[in-house]
Write a protein that binds this ligand. Sequence first.
Ligand code: DX5
Ligand code: ZN
Length: 230
Amino acid sequence: MSVQIAPSLLAADFARLADEADVVGDVADWLHVDVMDGHFVPNLTIGLPVVEALRRHARLPLDCHLMIEAPDRWAPGYAEAGARSVTIHAEAASAPVRTLRAIRAEGARAGLAFNPGTPVPGHADLLPEVDMLLLMTVEPGFGGQPFLDLVLPKIRRARELISAYGGEVWLQVDGGVSEQTIERCAAAGADMFVAGSAVYGSADPAGAVQALRNLAVAASAAHSGGRPAG
Ligand code: DX5
Ligand code: ZN
């Protein structure tokens, strides 16, 4: 299991997105882009035109997290716009198989996200249709919220489901991930870490990414019995 870090632009300066993307361009693996529609979550952020512009200016691949109430309608467009990963919420999708397949058909990785209170096992049959599960470790909608420890057992159970399934599915955590919480997530089996305020709230965002990666690598190596992560 290799560790991947995805800084969330939600905590960046929206008037300087290209520069903010550049600051972590050499050290992060993905740029996490939070798309919110003011309906699925009570916040409004950015949409397709900004994703298209970012794609032209950012070196890192874009990981679009769609917190919108009509992902079946909009998600394939984000893949078409050049996002390399597009994640829809299990609570919002009415035709998840069709939508996940449409994302993949556009050449992007397909992700399925779960709010803290949404159980994963009822969606286990969808594992062959996804490249990543995203477990929210806060209620979605805003950056800077405290990490919810109650999600840790769910991370462990999701990792077990993925192992039992046997395919390669990444397990992403998003919300309150910081130097104080990332080790718990890695030890529970997460391998992709979104961090907004822990990166862009730091005076040294690139250094923060490195520090998060080091902690996650060490914790996941310890978790896998001391074998090197990778
Ligand atoms: C919250 C978003 C997150 C957010 C995380 O709904 O999905 O990606 O940016 O921000 P932090 O890391 O500050 O909790
Ligand atoms: Zn997110």
